[in-house]
Design a protein around this ligand. Structure first.
Ligand code: FAD
Length: 486
């Protein structure tokens, strides 16, 4: 039995866990990160693009400072009040510290353009090689006096007189169980993408392609519930902005996946149009991705003119005639679609069809209302007016000319959103809103700082996860009255 009741125990070495640990260690608070994976580079954060932050040095240097107030207001408005305002504000306020910890930890970054037209440049891209990033953070943590143990899964919480005082771990190599006691426990295990049962519970009988780590299997959330915590209300995903997904496809990001976000006709499993497809071309990460969850499985329907037109034009922006007011067209759709055209492969793998009549597609996938949907859509294209869902006229291209190309897609996600309720300092709460002493939750396990649909500020997943790690660490310091360490 490991007995170091001074040490803060952190479950998960991802965005929230590592920044919490760095914050604590740099303040002189002993801490250990217990990571289920056997590599320090196994978390989603270690492989991610980059966070959206406010108040950073790099933004100042690039002449595009994003004020904390601006980012907070934007995100809170997007959430429609479904997140804890004070928690989100506390997290956003930590932007400059997130940046400082990453830069001083050896992770280089650069400020990106505003890809989705939110009106400011909050996202910073981590340019340091994926192989090195988290090794460097680990080294920085160890230099500050913190520790990381790999291959150790946190499986249970230990409670003593209503206070969380430790965890039961399982060594992934030996299966050996161990009780470890500490000053406080921070849960930061990265959600439940790797738990099909939980995915079904929240999203129904839908395949949601897991683009992130299966090690995040909801254990963290369950542990908090086992200690008397409660679930929050928002359940969603950080969706794949690069295109569609189909579990039958061998290649995840192939050319044939791009038609999910090309702005053309999308129909549901009955062949009915179910959304304004512009949300998929313009906001696939947040609103568009959320809408595909409603359909579960959906189909992109193109005719020969459109399929060949896109192929010839090379970029989607070019294909649609370079509309001046199509912001996302310029920022994200004016580069060649990556990969080779691979229709034959897609057909072979069973998620695409080239057919002379739409009837064939309807029969193959049971799209019983496809014919009527295409007729109605073609009328809208003729009128250049989408009375049904309000898509921009320039995206209205008819589906008329054989052969037709139909692609079957499923939603996919970088990570899940939705978890347990905390207060504005990441302290786990009971159903009666009482703080559970000794228990903190950060990152995507914390349901109080993420909304569904996901924020439209690209990089919010990571930005909020990093920031919440710092907020939790500060709460732990204060609650334990450990300020004397600093
Ligand atoms: C390829 C990829 C690219 C991405 N790009 C971006 C991006 O550019 N911008 C953005 O905002 N978001 C991005 N995301 C999402 C982002 O990475 C996550 O939102 C973020 O990492 C969440 O941080 P976290 O700390 O909650 O969890 P994670 O970073 O996922 O870390 C959780 C850690 O906990 C570990 N763990 C799980 N269970 C246990 C257990 N029982 N005991 C101990 N350890 C456990 C996991 O192995 C993992 O290492 C991306 C995701 C992926 C997969």
């Amino acid at each position: 039995m490991a007995e170091n009741r001074q040490e803060v125990i952190i479950a998960g070495s991802g965005a929230a866990g590592m920044l919490a640990a760095l914050t604590l260690a740099k303040a002189g608070v002993p801490c250990v990160v217990l990571e289920k994976g056997t590599s320090i580079a196994c978390s989603n954060a270690a492989r991610a693009g980059g966070p959206s932050l406010a108040g950073t040095r790099l933004q100042r240097e690039a002449g595009c400072l994003v004020e904390e107030e601006q980012l907070f207001r934007h995100m809170y408005r997007h959430s429609r009040g479904t997140v804890d305002a004070a928690l989100l504000r506390n997290i956003v306020n930590e932007g400059s510290r997130v940046e400082e910890l990453l830069l001083s930890g050896g992770i280089e970054m650069e400020v990106l353009e505003d890809s989705y037209g939110v009106g400011f440049r909050a996202r910073q891209f981590m340019t340091t090689d994926i192989k090195d990033r988290w090794k460097r953070l680990q080294a920085a943590l160890e230099a500050a006096g913190g520790r990381v143990e790999l291959g150790v899964s946190v499986e249970e919480l230990i409670l003593e007189e209503g206070r969380v005082t430790g965890v039961r771990t399982v060594n992934q190599a030996t299966g050996e169980k161990e009780d470890r006691y500490g000053a406080a426990v921070l849960i930061a295990t990265g959600g439940y993408l790797g738990n099909p049962e939980m995915m079904r519970e929240h999203f129904g009988e839908v395949t949601i392609g897991a683009l992130g780590s299966p090690l995040s299997d909801g254990t963290g959330i369950k542990l908090v519930l086992s200690a008397g915590g409660r679930l929050e209300k928002n359940w969603g995903i950080c969706a794949n902005e690069f295109g569609g997904y189909n579990h039958k496809a061998k290649q995840r990001f192939s050319y044939s996946m791009r038609f999910a976000i090309c702005g053309g006709l999308l129909v549901d499993r009955r062949g009915r149009r179910f959304m304004n497809e512009q949300y998929m071309s313009d906001q696939p990460l947040s609103l568009g991705g959320e809408m595909t969850l409603r359909a579960g499985v959906y189909y992109a329907v193109l005719d020969h003119a459109m399929y060949e037109g896109i192929l010839r034009a090379q970029t989607l922006y070019e294909y649609y005639g370079r509309p001046k007011d199509w912001y996302v067209g310029k920022t994200t759709h004016d580069r060649p679609v990556p990969g080779q055209e691979n229709m034959e492969q897609a057909i072979k793998e069973g998620y695409a069809l080239r057919c002379d009549t739409l009837n064939e597609a309807a029969e193959t996938w049971g799209l019983t209302e496809l014919k009527q949907s295409v007729e109605a859509y073609n009328r809208a294209c003729e009128m250049q007016r989408d009375e049904r869902f309000g898509k921009a006229p320039f995206l209205l291209k008819p589906v008329k000319q054989a052969p037709f190309y139909v692609f079957e897609y499923e939603p996919s996600a970088w990570c899940t959103l939705g978890g347990v309720r905390t207060d504005d300092r990441c302290r786990a709460l009971t159903a009666a809103y009482d703080v559970i002493p000794g228990l903190y939750v950060a990152g995507v396990d914390n349901g109080s700082c993420y909304c569904a649909p996901y924020y439209d500020t690209e990089g919010a997943c990571l930005g909020v996860a990093f920031g919440s790690g710092i907020v939790a660490a500060e709460a732990i310091r204060e609650d334990l009255e450990l300020k004397s360490y600093s």
